[in-house]
Ligand binder design. Structure first.
Ligand code: FMN
Length: 251
């Protein structure tokens, strides 16, 4: 009986010791790798911005250096369209849930109920220091979930250069085609506004080939509608509209 007890006690002791050692290893690894994960996330974000900036080839793998040289992040009060200062580490997606910054989104089909009052924008400059593109983070619902992208426009605040979706859960081959290079290429040169009104359209059929329209994805009308709603919201008066109309980057 006592031998049995000893065996049970030892077994439990060994299990506890193994668990303890494993948990120390796992938590040690998690803490040790945190900064590496953060660096990778930052690099991934920069790499998407570099793509929207049209600088992927020029970067030739040096994403951080190219970002540092050509891109500047600024923060825009969306209501006024003016630049503002924010606390270090400000994140517009986290700020959407912060009472100090949260603004309710009403009467919109964009798929979220709150956004931050202050949004990030990325100003891209050429070698001569002139603004070449403005990159605007945008998000809105697709068929399955929110889709996150970067809209890049020329310094005229009207001509689209890129629409880069970097996070989405649409079906590969259907809505997932938002990331297909041939669909992405259709945005280059399209215009956001006609006579000051939002004019950009994602639509099916033969009318889709004017300067304000991009062909909808075939077999993915719902995702295409999501892209439309996202752009209509973000370049409209409740999004970056005031910033784009003021051309704040020129002031
Ligand atoms: C398994 C499955 C996945 C689908 N994924 C998408 C999708 O990612 N995006 C989308 O718009 N439609 C998707 N659809 C299709 C929609 O239900 C709908 O039929 C489609 O949006 C209609 O587009 P169309 O008018 O271009 O054919 C999916 C359908 C099925 C059955």
């Amino acid at each position: 009986m006592s031998a049995k007890k000893e065996t049970l006690g030892k077994t439990v002791g060994v299990v506890v010791a193994v668990c303890l050692v494993c948990s120390i290893i796992v938590s040690g690894a998690a803490v040790g790798l945190r900064s590496l994960q953060q660096n990778n996330a930052a690099l991934d974000k920069q790499s998407n911005i570099i793509e929207a900036a049209g600088l992927t080839e020029k970067a030739a793998g040096d994403i951080a250096g190219t970002f540092e040289k050509y891109v500047e992040e600024r923060f825009v009060d969306l209501e006024s369209g003016e630049y503002v200062e924010v606390p270090e580490g400000y994140d517009m997606y986290k700020a959407a849930k912060d009472p100090e910054y949260a603004v309710k989104v009403e009467g919109s089909n964009v798929g979220f109920q709150q956004r931050a009052s202050v949004a990030s924008v990325y100003i891209v400059k050429d070698d001569a220091g002139a603004v070449s593109r403005i990159i605007l983070p945008v998000h809105g619902s697709g068929l399955w979930d929110l889709m996150y992208g970067l809209l890049a426009v020329d310094a005229d605040g009207n001509t689209i250069r890129e629409l880069v979706y970097y996070q989405q859960k649409e079906t590969p081959g259907l809505g997932g085609e938002v990331q297909n290079p041939s669909w992405k290429a259709k945005w280059n040169g399209k215009k956001l506004y006609e006579n000051g009104e939002v004019a950009i359209q994602v639509k099916k059929g033969e009318n889709a080939n004017n300067e304000y329209a991009v062909d909808a994805l075939s077999g993915a009308t719902l995702t295409s509608n999501g892209v439309q709603n996202t752009l209509s919201y973000w370049v409209g008066e409740n999004g970056y509209g005031p910033y784009l109309k003021n051309q704040t980057w020129k002031s």
